[in-house]
Design a protein around this ligand. Structure first.
Ligand SMILES: [Zn+2]
Ligand SMILES: [Zn+2]
Length: 431
């Protein structure tokens, strides 16, 4: 007999699960960590209860792009602190990029990340393995061994593979293991020295520009290589209108090409950068008004597959330097859903169903995870959110060890309410 004390009944919510075309008022019953039933007025007399009145009950959110900094930079973030911040953002799973110190290019490090996460993180952490040894772009890493150890994709992220032949080998190899290749598309020669998007605001600030072309040539290269090798290719943090146009065209040709957009790239643009504030410095940089408009269009029309945070913690001591010296990146777990609800849903651009696709169903599919669904029998990873709750983001309350964000003080409409991983409530908003 299953013990009813291990049951959880989420009541009175509106279940939105695009994986099975569901959008209806319903309860969700969880038993032994899995979805046991979805339907109205479920009987479960002895179970733990969670009231979801006024809220959406969705399959757990999956962040395809995050930096947890452990091992090597635990002063910026740990698997535990990053996991807590992710839970507070409504994420039940995050993909951990391999640019730790040492780089995750081995089965041993993949094991370490998975074990540490199991012991310390409230959310699932799925490691991404490096494409090349040490992400040095010279020789392929042991992708097969990392696959056996549990990686779910490969990427050299911020140190992208410049050698096209190595990238072609990586794609052939990865596709043999059913792994998606995620690329941070940046031609490092074209972007060298650049600090922000190459537009008028960069001229005004007197800062060297990062051209759109530096991203687009690599998107083009990788689409061609994906077509040649048959690999699944995913564009990380896509930021320009032309990159998006190329992805749209590749999809029309039936290629297995997908892309993600970050909340900062659909919310901000280069003209929003204030006073050399390094909380606006990231890669790719905040782009032009037209690029941001294209991101919104792609989110609305289905070209963009996923919203991913590129959560990139840096301690204040490193961010508080001259713009040229400061590292790139911002934290993003706790603001992603609020920004998406506020700007995209309440902005009239996308439906709640589309939002759940972007945060859950699609990212799970991009890397082939058995998540992103509330089908009976699935692992009970669930995100409960209130599309109407008004709140103000105070970064000083963040679970992250870092504070680098341009969104401190933002008032947002809509946000997470509870995060459930394998049937356990791992985070709940204060009432
Ligand atoms: Zn990147
Ligand atoms: Zn990144």
């Amino acid at each position: 007999m299953p013990d009813p004390r291990h049951d959880l009944l989420i009541q009175n919510g509106r279940v939105i699960d695009p994986s099975q075309g569901l959008d209806q008022p319903a309860d969700v019953l969880v038993r032994d960590g899995r979805i046991a039933a979805v339907g109205p007025n479920l009987p479960a007399p002895d179970s733990q209860r969670l009231d979801a009145s006024g809220c959406i009950i969705a399959p757990g959110f999956v962040d395809l792009h995050a930096h947890l900094r452990e091992p090597g930079r635990e002063h910026a973030e740990t698997i535990e602190s990053g996991g807590r911040a992710a839970a507070a953002g409504g994420f039940t799973s995050v993909l951990a990029m391999p640019n730790t110190n040492p780089v995750n290019d081995s089965a041993a490090l993949t094991h370490f990340i998975i074990q540490t996460a199991q012991q310390q993180s409230p959310v699932n952490v799925f490691p991404v393995g490096a494409i090349s040894e040490g992400s040095r772009g010279e020789r392929l890493a042991s992708i097969g061994e990392m696959r056996a150890a549990g990686i779910v994709a490969v990427s050299d992220d911020g140190r992208p593979v410049m050698n096209s032949n190595l990238m072609r080998h990586a794609m052939s190899y990865a596709s043999g293991f059913g792994l998606t290749v995620i690329d941070h598309c940046e031609d490092l020669d074209l972007s060298a020295g650049g600090q922000m998007h190459a537009g008028f605001p960069a001229v005004r600030f007197g800062l060297a520009g990062i051209s759109s072309t530096s991203e687009e040539v690599m998107v083009a290269r990788d689409i061609l290589l994906a077509a040649e090798t048959g690999a699944r290719f995913h564009v990380a943090h896509l930021s320009t209108a032309r990159s998006l146009e190329m992805v749209r065209h590749a999809k029309q040709r039936g290629l297995p090409v997908t892309c993600e957009v970050t909340p900062h790239h659909f919310t901000l643009m280069d003209e929003d950068i204030k006073d050399y504030d390094t909380n606006y410095k990231m890669k790719p940089p905040l782009r032009s008004r037209e690029d941001r408009q294209a991101m919104l269009q792609g989110l609305a029309d289905g070209t963009v597959d996923a919203i991913a945070t590129d959560h990139a913690p840096h301690p204040g001591s490193e961010k508080m330097q001259e713009f040229e010296l400061a590292p790139s990146g911002i934290i993003g777990f706790e603001t992603a859903l609020g920004l998406a609800l506020d700007r995209l849903v309440h902005g009239g651009l996308i439906s709640l169903t589309r939002l759940v696709e972007l945060f859950s169903v699609n990212p799970a599919r991009v890397v082939g995870l058995d998540r992103g669904t509330l089908k009976v029998g699935a692992v009970a990873d669930i995100t409960v959110f209130d599309p109407e709750r008004r709140w103000t983001y105070d970064v000083n309350q963040s679970y992250s060890r870092s504070r680098n964000t341009p969104f401190h003080g933002y008032s947002l409409r809509g946000g997470p309410v509870a995060t459930i991983v394998a049937g356990e409530i791992v985070w709940q908003a204060a009432k």
